[in-house]
Every structure is written in C-alpha cells, then in structure tokens.
Design a protein. Structure first.
Length: 672
C-alpha cells in the first residue's frame, strides 16, 4: 500500500534517475542549491519533513534549512560520532530523538573533507523508512556536502569557526567580538560595529565598534532610517550614500553588510560589517552570514538569559544569607541547592562543598528526613555545641507559577533567645516587685511609728526615721525614673538639653554633695574627688550626666564597703570621668554583658544589695546619646573602675558628633 504522505515519490527503480536529476538541478541553479537539494530529498524519501543541520565541533546542531517540526537538534548532533545513518523506528527511540508524534526518524552525517559539519534529517509521520531510503540518504548527504562546498572552502571554514566561537564565550564583550570577527571572516569585511537592543527600553545602543570613527557610528544609530533595519529578516548590502541608513559613514567605507539578529522571531540587534573597496559578497556568503546571524542571535539571548539567571541566583543567595535563621534548600530528590551561613555554622557544613550532594545523613535530628518526606512540621529540636540551643524546624514547598512543586525549604527558628528574653522579663518583673515593695515597706513602717509614737520618741530617733523615709523616697523616685526611661527608650529621637559648663566643677559638686549626704547616715561612707586638670569647658546635658554619675555611684556603694573615688581628666578630643570602688570586683566573663538590659551578673549579690539590672544599661544609653562611650575594668577582690567619656566637640544643638541623637524621646522624658 502506498503511503499517502509520499506523494510524488519515484518508484524504487527510478531512484538513480532522480538522484541524477538532483545533481543536474544543483548545477543549473547554484543560488538555490539548498532548497533544490531538500526538494529532491523530500521526493526520494517520501516525506515533507526534511532538513539540513549544521553540526559544530562540540557536537551542537542547528537547523540551516528545511521543514522540520520538533526539536531534532540533539538527534542530528549524534551523527558527528557516527559514520552511518541513524534510524529510529521504535516509539522510545523516536521520542528520544525529539520527533513527537512521528513513526520514524532518519539522519545521516554530512562530511566536508572528512570532517563532520552537518546532518541530513528526515521525519516520517506515517509508515517507516526502508533500506533503499537509507541508501538514498547517504547519497543525498554527499550532495549536501557538495552544496556546502559550492562556497569557497575558506568561507565554510570561517562559518564553522565563527559558529564555534559563539558557542564558547561566557561574557557579553567576548560574544560581540567573536560575532564581529565571524561576520568579517565570512563576508571579507574589515571592521564594523554591533548594536543591540536594550532589554528594558528596547533602544539601540552601540555595543562594539572597530575601525570606524565613533562619532560616525553614533550618528548612524541616531539616523531615523537605521532603526528600520531591525525589521529585516535577511542580510542586505548598502552603500553609505546620502539618504541611506548609513549616510553618516560616507567616506569611512565602501559598503556595509547588515546581518539582522533575530531570536524566536524577535529582533535583538544588528551586525554591520564594513566592506573594503571593490568588495562585494556573493549570494552564498550572504546565506552563510544569515546562518551566522541566527546562531549569534540565539547566543545573545542565551547569554542574556544566563546573566539574568545568575543575577536572580545572586539575589536569592543574598536574601537567604541575610536571614539570621538557618535555612537549607533542597530538590525533591533530596539534593542540596542552597545552605545559608547560619546553617553552615550550625551544622558545620559548607554550601559550596555540599551543593548537589544528598542531604541524607548530613543534617542531624531527623531534619534530613523532614526534607526528603516533605514533613512540614513544626518540630522542636535541640542543636549546637558546646551550648545547645532550642529550634523549631519547619519545611515549606518551593513551587513554580503553575503550582508545580520543585523543591523544599527547611527553616530553623531559634527560640533560645526568645525564651531567654522571656525569662529575663519574668525575672525583671519579680525584681521590680521586690524593689518597689522594699522602700514602700520601710516608708510605711516608719510613718506608722511616727504617727503613734512621735511625741514620745527622742529627737534623734525622729530625725533618723525621717532621714530613712527621705532616702527610701529617693530610691523609689529613681526606680520610677528608670522604668519611665525603659518604657520610652524606643520612641522617636529627641535632642539633648545641653548647656556650657565646667565638667570639673560639675563633678566636684556632685561628689561633695554625695559625700555630705552619705556622711549623715548611720554607717557613713566617703566619696573622694580627684581632678587632673583645672577645668574642662564642655557642652553637655547636666541632668543626664548627673543621672549617669548617680547610677555608677550607687553601684559602687552596693558592691564595696570602703570609700569611692571619682576622677576627671581631659584628653585631646574628650573628657573622661571614672568611678572607682574597692570592693568585690566583677568576673571577667561578665564584663561584656553588664551594660545590657535586665543583666545582673551576680544573682546572690544582687539579691543582697538590691537592683533591677537596668541601671548600667541606662548609663550606656545616656552616654551614647552624648556621642561618648562607657566601659569597665575590674579585678576580682580588688574592685572595679567604670569609665565614660563625653566628646569635646559636642554640637551646640545637642547632636553628638557623627549624626542624630540615638537616645530618643526617653532623654526628654527624664528631665526634672
């Protein structure tokens, strides 16, 4: 039965005659050699789908001419390593060749000077190819080699070389240089320029030019008629004459060959090769230039796509890396795609080393199984050494726009800090309750005593009771001020209320007043003052600095039984104040934490001496508001020295050097 797809097929006995006719037709019409060859091949093989592919040195294949539907480039590229035709007639083989819905695919290598340069491919939608077809396609492949050899050997070699160079470059500039070089080789040009469309604005811009004046090239791009060349679909030759697209180049070259770059039917740019004097490319060179333009356009779009993909990957890595929580991204098959720095630290693995490897066995606590099975969690896990931390693990899907799942993301949320903050807050509330209750109890007790027995009590006892009430009232007032500071410390920024004053005299007055007040107590304490300079004129907020001194003095009195020394000295750019006690000292491991909120480094001493754990935090905030810094030096059993500085160049408006006041409205809220 005759295959209906094979209309016009010659009987088997006439195949030799048909091949002879094909050879004659090639010689009679060399300008249409490719289409003539494919037309005769269609008749001989009994199929409308016949195509001629170019196969490069790396095995990549691209269609030169023909009517082929489906992605058969991969099947054509296999002919490079074969000396015989390749025939696919089983369903799996045809599907593997890329010919969806076909019954058979036949491909044979095309060799030029014993070098594989192409492949002749035929697709049968009904029926199959017979042995006589295989014999015929070998002869047709030889004819295809003759067609390619109708161009000069140098032209063909230049096309192959140019095509290969386009497939190996990795950077935009290299691609453009290879493209211009290839066009000049194929066309015999000596310079020119390449212009591309900007992806965002779709405007032409000069990407690369060679051996042509820059101003003339830019004037050519600005010529309104030049943009019309983007709509061309084949190479064309123009002379830079008046009213032509290349009028600005008149005198710079004798002619210009324009090769349009089109990918997926859309223009991406133009290659303009300048021709030397008395040079005119033939029809074959223009056809080969068109092939070069097709490959170049594909290479440009591919490079753009790779660049965009690399940019998106870099953005994704930067986003994931910025998360403080450990994150692991894996494929559905369980292969690592991305591990952020937090996960690298936690699991002791490297993103660069683990990428592409299976996650199984590399994540502890059953986390690898969560990724593999898609268990969304949440699951509580304890990880990390030497200090274990509590995490909540969860897994989310990675899906495409059409809701197709392509991977999974494991996220570990660290609950340790939150739990620690909750415990610190609970401890703070308990301490505040104790600190409020203690002065209130003393005040109420002495007030009741005075109400009942004041008339019968000695004057000294009454004064002592009133002094205790006054002291506890001050303690209560300081505690309330601290609480107000904490509640307002995160509000919008506010300026300090600064004024010019002598820091030496200010601290001396504070020490004198404190010493007089402490000397009247039942257990007197001494506050010493020492200045290393006569005066330090300074612009600062007296109320805030006094609050810092009060906190540091109270802290020194709590943890020592001896005198307290306050010193002032001047440095080139700041004034420094120190408060020294000679008490129990501070453990070195606690020095970095004592200026944090709710931190109490010695719970036993804290309970004995009182305190809320916010005094030193408030000191740090107030000092930093002035643009200074605060730190402590301590030796166990010998005492501690707290230092803080105020810059000498604090601005008159109260703004510390380097920017806005970091204290916020809390500073204004504590003004007396």
């Amino acid at each position: 039965m005759r295959n209906p797809e094979r209309r016009g097929q010659a009987p088997a006995g006439d195949e030799l005659t048909q091949i002879s006719n094909a050879v004659g037709a090639l010689g009679a019409d060399p300008d249409n050699a490719v289409s003539t060859l494919l037309s005769h091949a269609s008749v001989l093989l009994g199929t409308r789908e016949v195509g001629l592919f170019r196969v490069g040195l790396t095995g990549s294949a691209s269609l030169i001419a023909g009517t082929i539907s489906g992605d058969l480039a991969g099947f054509a590229s296999r002919t490079r390593s074969s000396t015989r035709p390749l025939l696919a007639q089983t369903a799996d083989a045809v599907a593997g060749a890329g010919a969806t819905g076909a019954r058979a695919v036949l491909a044979t290598p095309v060799r030029l000077r014993h070098r594989p340069v192409g492949a002749l491919v035929a697709v049968a939608r009904t029926g199959t190819f017979e042995s006589r077809h295989v014999s015929s396609v070998v002869v047709l492949a030889d004819l295809a080699a003759l067609v390619l050899q109708m161009a000069t050997a140098a032209t063909v070699e230049n096309l192959v070389t140019a095509g290969e160079s386009l497939g190996t470059v990795l950077e935009n500039k290299q691609l453009l240089e290879a493209l211009l070089d290839g066009a000049c080789r194929v066309l015999g040009g000596n310079g020119g320029f390449v212009c591309l469309l900007e992806e965002d604005t779709h405007k032409l811009h000069t990407a690369l030019f060679r051996l042509l004046p820059r101003d003339q090239v830019e004037a050519t791009l600005a010529n309104p008629s030049f943009a019309a060349l983007l709509h061309e679909i084949a190479p064309r030759v123009d002379a830079p004459a008046p009213h032509s697209p290349f009028a600005p180049l008149e005198g710079a070259c004798q002619g210009i060959v324009t090769i349009p770059l089109r990918a997926e039917g859309r223009p991406v740019g133009l290659v303009c090769a300048a021709l030397p004097e008395d040079s005119q490319p033939d029809a074959t060179s223009l056809r080969l230039a068109a092939v070069l333009g097709q490959h170049a356009a594909t290479a440009v779009r591919l490079l753009w796509t790779q660049s965009a993909t690399a940019t998106r990957e870099a953005e994704l890595k930067a986003i994931v890396a910025s998360f403080p929580d450990p994150i692991v991204v894996a494929t559905l098959a369980g292969e690592c795609v991305l591990i952020n720095p937090a996960a690298e630290m936690l699991f002791g693995i490297s993103n660069d080393f683990e990428r592409g490897r299976a996650v199984i066995g590399r994540l502890p606590g059953g986390l690898d199984e969560m990724l593999l099975t898609g268990d969304h969690g949440p699951r509580d896990v304890t990880l990390g050494t030497p200090t274990p931390e509590h995490f909540v693990a969860s897994v989310s899907k990675v899906t495409t726009k059409d809701a197709r799942e392509i991977g999974r993301v494991l996220v570990l949320h660290n609950k340790s800090k939150e739990e620690q903050a909750e415990r610190a807050h609970a401890d703070f509330v308990a301490v505040i309750g104790h600190e409020l209750r203690t002065p209130l109890t003393l005040i109420k007790g002495f007030v009741k005593t005075l109400i009942r027995r004041a008339r019968d009590m000695p004057t000294e006892s009454v004064l002592e009771a009133l002094q205790t009430i006054d002291d506890q009232s001050q303690n209560l007032e300081h505690l309330i001020e601290d609480l107000l500071f904490l509640s307002q410390s995160d509000r919008a920024e506010s300026r300090l209320y600064c004024e010019w004053s002598d820091m030496v005299a200010f601290v001396r007055d504070f020490a004198t007043a404190a010493s007089a007040r402490l000397g009247q107590r039942s257990t007197p304490r001494e506050v010493l003052f020492r200045a290393h300079t006569m005066e330090i004129p300074l612009h600062f907020d007296r109320t805030k600095v006094e609050q810092v001194l009060s906190h540091l003095l109270d802290n020194a009195l709590k943890y020592s039984q001896d005198k307290v020394l306050i010193e002032v000295q001047r440095h080139p750019d700041h004034a420094e104040v120190t408060v020294t006690d000679f008490g129990i000292g501070i453990y070195s491991g606690d020095l970095d934490a004592i200026f944090e909120r709710f931190t109490q480094v010695n719970s036993t001493s804290t309970r004995e001496h009182g305190g809320t754990g916010v005094g030193l935090y408030i000191c740090r905030r107030l000092v930093e508001a002035h643009g200074g810094r605060i730190w402590v030096e301590s030796t166990l059993g010998r005492g501690s020295t707290f230092h803080f500085t105020i810059p000498l160049d604090l601005a008159v408006d109260g703004t510390p050097p380097g920017g806005a006041n970091p204290l916020g409205e809390a500073a204004a809220g504590l003004r007396p």
